[in-house]
Design a binder for this molecule. Sequence first.
Ligand code: FAD
Length: 399
Amino acid sequence: MTTRRKILIAGGGIGGMTAAGLLLQAGHDVEIFEQAPALGEVGAGVQVSANATHVLRHLGVLDQLAAISVRPLRTEFRLHDTAEVVSQIPLGDTHEDRFGAPYLHVYRPDMLRILEDRVRQLSASAVHLGKALERYEEDKQGVALHFADGTEAHGDVLIGADGIKSVVRAQMHGKEPANYTGNVAWRVMVPAEKLPSDFQPPIFVNWMGPDKHMVVYWVNGGRFLNFVGCVEKPEWTQEGWAIKAPWEDMKADFVGFHPDVQTMIDAADKDSCFCWALNNRPRLNFWSTDRVTLLGDSAHPTLPYMAQGAVMAIEDAAVLMRVFDEFDDTTAALKAYEQARIDRTARIVNESSEHARLFHFQTHEEFREAFGRKDPSKDRGLWLYNYNPLSVSLTAQQS
Ligand code: FAD
């Protein structure tokens, strides 16, 4: 390490916690401020591919996480009603051999808990809860953070890892409402014992149909089947981003889907169905000033259709760790971070939006034809999963 810095992080989600752990491990003085009185993640699944699990290994948490996660054998893209497989991505050993790190299906609360434990192990006093950042000031000497409870914190750098409703982004770029993408996501977890014992092997299945698709995978060591049903609803006007919604509405959304999909929906707890409005924001031309930068959803929120939002936040954290190691000058470090990340993250965000079309064709023929042209396994191997944020060049634009 060149210069030991005092680094302040706003937001204790997957991105902020990973950054805190990596930067503490690299020898910096780090404090992380989370607005909620307790750390927590939504009780759902998250997929993490090699481009993130390299980083989790470097942080020393991969084995622990892998032990309570599921290592899927493959992804299958299926037609929603006939279950015909139109394309596959081999995962399991193939992914690990090819990209050098595993692909995991993880229960989000497990992941955040393991990251938090690692941060607290590195510094018992780094995590501050109930600290909602309201605004910051920066000058040549440093940054000052002002919290809703009237307290302040001072440091050399601020990382805004405060999610899609980021106050750091709003102060840097001006306040603007998030854009509703016209898509909602049903998120449900079904306990394994509620399903037939031979229900689905450890694979990721994407059931694709007209204007909607449903992705399904096991998490938490196979104790829960996680499903996310994404539906185009341009007329959605519900208040709030994640609301409890009637099971009957979810059932109606997937009429005509395969009997396996009906089995899962029927096994869901009728009082635990949540519907999320999927939002995004315009691409930023820059996301760093002299002493302040953004990370994760605050910088580049995305539709979840390539399962890369949390993965990008983890990649960001690794590249930030490296630039702080390489550059004595903080402004130069933040510029290098932004340059290394801005095109790659924009590409992932754009391709994820394009997947809304790829997954929602009207006819079987359109799906077969589109997947015949674009083989996701080959395509993702060439630029997505083969990116290692711990070794990628920091000087060239990476995309
Ligand atoms: P967040 O997780 O939003 O964390 C931000 C944190 O900042 C929160 O704890 C918040 O309370 C805190 N905060 C906010 N404001 C303040 C403030 N003013 N002061 C202090 N703290 C503040 N990604 C994947 O990689 N793989 C997947 O399989 C995947 N599946 C998804 C499925 C769905 C349905 C959805 C909606 C998303 C999915 N994602 C997936 C995306 C992923 O969830 C996000 O990209 C990721 O969680 C972003 O992490 P983050 O740390 O940047 O932000």
